[in-house]
Design a protein around this ligand. Structure first.
Ligand code: HEC
Ligand code: HEC
Ligand code: HEC
Ligand code: HEC
Length: 197
């Protein structure tokens, strides 16, 4: 008991001194500046990684192995169209806003895990797993009220008069009823998964 109380101040004082002059050579000023620079570089690196991991090349580095999705996309209107506006993988699958984007990147840890356990590494496995993956995408796009689509398409900017009669007749009442894009527009960039019903 007695020895504890006598030792305590000594330790505290030593820690205090260490905190204020961590090394003989550098004072806190130098360390704060170095820390600041490292922080900025880490932040930049983080955002760079967020950006780089949004490129179709990055997505296809994994998703091409199981053929399909990339090639299907390249045959779709969203790859090539009269307006020359291309929707990339990330446009439809990664949110634009910073926070939801980070959440999506963290969720991608399932993809990393699936990659190393080989859930979709052959066309056969891919086909067998496809419906489950599509269901997940539909659920996400329903929950987001198809925000991914609305980043480019807006019903307020649609000239329904210029659309085909079928588009107009289905979409005007559908949107009024509060239906969201993905409810009616599945399979706009890929082939639909095989259905058993
Ligand atoms: C490291 C390899 C890898 C990379 C890179 C990758 N994916 Fe995946 N992805 C997978 C695997 C494996 C699955 C299947 C995961 C499962 O179902 O367990 C998957 C599943 C998906 C799904 C199905 C739905 C879901 O949430 O699981 C979508 C959509 C998807 N990836 C899109 C993308 C996009 C877009 C990119 C680029 C931004 C991308 N992936 C990059 C390996 C990868
Ligand atoms: C990056 C912008 C962008 C995103 C994101 C996007 N689209 Fe498109 N979409 C386009 C462009 C550009 C066209 C072609 C317009 C033209 O014909 O010139 C198009 C065409 C279409 C068409 C008509 C042609 C077809 O393939 O049937 C539909 C339907 C459509 N988009 C639905 C959707 C849905 C649903 C989503 C969300 C899952 C979505 N789009 C996401 C830009 C986008
Ligand atoms: C109630 C169902 C329904 C809803 C909801 C709906 N659409 Fe459509 N849309 C259709 C149908 C049906 C067509 C006709 C073409 C087709 O069969 O795919 C169409 C056509 C289109 C076209 C092509 C228009 C043309 O004729 O040039 C685009 C682009 C489009 N939809 C985008 C969207 C977007 C974006 C949303 C969400 C804001 C949306 N749609 C919501 C049913 C719907
Ligand atoms: C215009 C929007 C759009 C673009 C661009 C797009 N996807 Fe998708 N993706 C979807 C939708 C919607 C689904 C849900 C299934 C469906 O309706 O086809 C989906 C489903 C998937 C799935 C699950 C398996 C399946 O086929 O259902 C994977 C994996 C995937 N996308 C990867 C990609 C990759 C990789 C790219 C780029 C090469 C890409 N997507 C481009 C809209 C898009």
């Amino acid at each position: 008991m007695a020895s504890e109380t006598t030792r305590q101040p000594g330790v505290t004082r030593r820690m205090w001194r260490w905190l204020w002059s961590p090394t003989a050579r550098f004072g806190w000023g130098v360390i704060f500046v170095a820390g600041g620079i490292a922080g900025v570089m880490l932040w930049g690196g983080f955002n760079w990684a967020m950006q780089a991991s949004n490129s179709p090349e990055f997505c296809l580095s994994c998703h091409e192995m199981a053929d399909n999705v990339g090639e299907e996309w390249m045959r779709s209107t969203h790859y090539n169209n009269p307006s020359g506006v291309r929707a990339t993988c990330a446009d439809c699958h990664v949110p634009k806003d910073w926070f939801p984007k980070v959440v999506r990147k963290i969720k991608a840890s399932r993809e990393l895990y699936g990659h190393f356990t080989g859930v979709i590494d052959t066309p056969e496995k891919f086909r067998a797993h496809r419906a489950e993956m599509a269901e997940r995408v539909w659920a996400e796009m329903t929950a987001s009220d198809s925000q991914e689509c609305r980043n480019c398409h807006s019903e307020h900017a649609m000239n329904f008069e210029e659309q085909s009669a079928r588009s107009r007749e289905k979409m005007v009442p559908g949107i009024e009823e509060g239906k969201t894009c993905i409810e009616c527009h599945k399979g706009i960039a890929h082939r639909l998964p095989p259905r058993d019903d």
